[in-house]
Design a protein around this ligand. Structure first.
Ligand SMILES: Nc1ncnc2c1ncn2[C@@H]1O[C@H](COP(=O)(O)OP(=O)(O)OP(=O)(O)O)[C@@H](O)[C@H]1O
Length: 356
């Protein structure tokens, strides 16, 4: 708990008791980083005017000279109804796997596709039957990561669309439809159509886990997929920099709004792992994503080091997580945490509201 943030709350009254908010037991988290304060409050009473409370907190926090911006997160009561998914029962296609896990990021280039592919490989190592749907319409990179760039693409048979297979993972990719280098601007409905086709017409077989590599960002395309696929939970990938974490927060909020459980946050490129001496160097600072996960009340799934082998492997169509080295182990830990979180993912996600 950050004392500056707590002290700045002295003038705000707890609506339930009238006592100063900083002396009530409502506060679940208080953080201050780079002039941005984040306050997490436990759920209030049913008749609480959350908007007025947020406004009062915003005003009190930003009046402090060390606080430039403030975010207020009010958790939803677990007894309250989860936010209604926008999808209707009739619109949701039948799940093609026991669990469908989306891997998402608030911004591009944080290693979302690398993480999705290696989480899939880690699940294969655990003996699960695994599929991966590369839904990143803006930059489908799964064909390259899985070493399938020269592959003939998807074949349609009488029985449906046959997925390709590499490293024990069944794979379909927008890249097989549009080509990795084609400039494509796909609109929400087109994405949804392709996703629906991938979900309903592909012969996935009997999958334990289907991983969806989402397009990066938190716009219409992501929302369309979140609403049209039967997603059991989402893993958010972020790098440790404040800007990436800001975007990761937006991704958490997007999925919360569609009532999709957040299985956790993976921090990629956490530290540089020297391939020669094995020593770790914290280039961007460390612990940001872990602190963020704690603040948002979601599991932290672990740190993936920045390691040249990961980039080389991706370019050569190898998956590091199929092996046993330190980077592979980091992915295995993240995959175990992800599957563990999936088991308890049936409670309603907290309502998270961001205000700048
Ligand atoms: N931990 C890492 N260590 C070294 N290189 C990495 C690591 N993670 C990702 N990379 C490399 O960074 C580049 C971007 O990774 P990737 O394509 O997975 O990002 P992305 O978030 O999916 O990007 P986009 O969403 O914009 O397609 C790739 O060249 C990848 O090999």
């Amino acid at each position: 708990m950050n004392d500056i943030v707590l002290n700045a709350l002295a003038s705000v009254a707890d609506p339930a008791t009238g006592a100063p908010l900083n002396r009530s037991d409502r506060i679940d988290g208080a953080d201050l980083r780079d002039g941005v304060a984040t306050l997490v409050l436990k759920p209030g009473g049913a008749d609480e005017d959350a908007g007025a409370l947020r406004q009062a907190i915003q005003a009190a926090l930003t009046a402090h000279p060390e606080i430039e911006r403030a975010r207020v997160i009010i958790e939803a009561s677990l007894s309250a109804k989860a936010p209604k998914p926008a999808k209707s029962e009739a619109a949701a296609p039948k799940a093609p796997a026991k669990a469908v896990i989306a891997v998402a990021s608030g911004k591009g280039g944080v290693g979302k596709s690398t993480t999705a592919a290696n989480l899939a490989a880690a699940c294969v190592k655990m003996g699960l039957s695994v599929g991966l749907m590369d839904a990143d319409v803006y930059g489908p990179s799964a064909p390259r990561i899985f070493g399938l760039t020269g592959a003939p693409g998807l074949q349609k048979t009488d029985g449906g669309i046959e997925p390709l297979e590499a490293h024990g993972v069944k794979l379909v990719s927008m890249g097989f439809l549009v080509g990795e280098r084609d400039p494509v601007v796909w609109r929400g409905p087109m994405v949804t159509g392709a996703i629906r086709q991938f979900l309903t017409e592909v012969n996935w077989g009997d999958l334990d886990v289907l991983i969806i590599d989402m397009p990066p960002g938190t716009g219409d395309a992501q929302l369309a997929i979140a609403q049209s696929a039967p997603i059991s939970g989402v893993v958010i990938v972020s790098t440790p920099q404040t800007l990436a974490l800001d975007d990761a927060r937006k991704a958490v909020a997007l999925f919360d709004r569609t009532a999709i459980p957040i299985l956790g946050i993976v921090e990629n490129m956490s530290f540089f792992l020297c391939p020669s001496c094995g020593e770790g160097t914290e280039i961007f600072g460390r612990g940001g994503a872990r602190a963020e996960a704690e603040l948002l009340g979601v599991p932290f799934l672990g740190e993936i080091p920045l390691h040249p082998e990961l980039r080389e492997a991706s370019d050569e169509g190898r998956l590091v997580a199929s092996g046993d080295g330190p980077v592979a182990k980091a992915f295995h830990r993240a995959a175990s945490g992800m599957l563990h979180a999936l088991e308890g993912a049936h409670r309603p996600a907290p309502e998270i509201v961001f205000e700048d």
